[in-house]
Design a protein around this ligand. Structure first.
Ligand code: AMP
Length: 127
């Protein structure tokens, strides 16, 4: 099934500079910024600059440079926000929602990095 990217999604508009964001880190291929509705003391979104809808889309079609840049950006965000376990931080939860069952609201791939409090169980028990 083809991935259809909507260039009017809110993160595409952030990347074009049409709406503001609170940037934590910008690299050649990635942008990290604070979530507008934080669900933990630290809630940063890491996105690729390229037009990828979901994580699997990104993993399938991104270049090696984009993939490496994204992974290194995640590591730098964990370090910059003090979440990095083993380096004095107490850890984090990384989440990416995809599609209808993943309850994805913004159709531009993003990784949530959440921390600064115990994050609880991974998935709610109710269906
Ligand atoms: P998801 O349900 O995984 O698609 O999550 C989308 C996330 O984007 C939510 O946590 C929103 O709070 C966040 N969000 C929506 N609009 C903005 C914005 N303009 N700046 C920062 N975060 C946003």
């Amino acid at each position: 099934m083809p991935y259809v990217y909507d260039p009017q999604n809110i993160f595409a508009r952030i990347l074009r500079g049409e709406i503001p964001n609170r940037t934590v880190l910008e690299t050649a291929h990635s942008l990290a910024f604070h979530d507008i509705g934080p669900q933990a003391p630290v809630h940063v979104l890491v996105i690729p600059k390229g037009p990828y809808v979901t994580y699997d889309h990104f993993c399938r079609d991104a270049s090696d440079a984009e993939l490496a840049d994204f992974a290194r950006t995640v590591a730098r965000i964990c370090e910059m926000t003090g979440l990095q376990p083993g380096e004095g931080g107490l850890g984090f939860r990384a989440i990416t929602n995809a599609g209808e069952h993943g309850v994805q609201e913004v159709p531009h791939f993003h990784l949530h990095i959440l921390g600064g409090r115990p994050m609880g169980r991974m998935v709610a028990q109710s269906g």
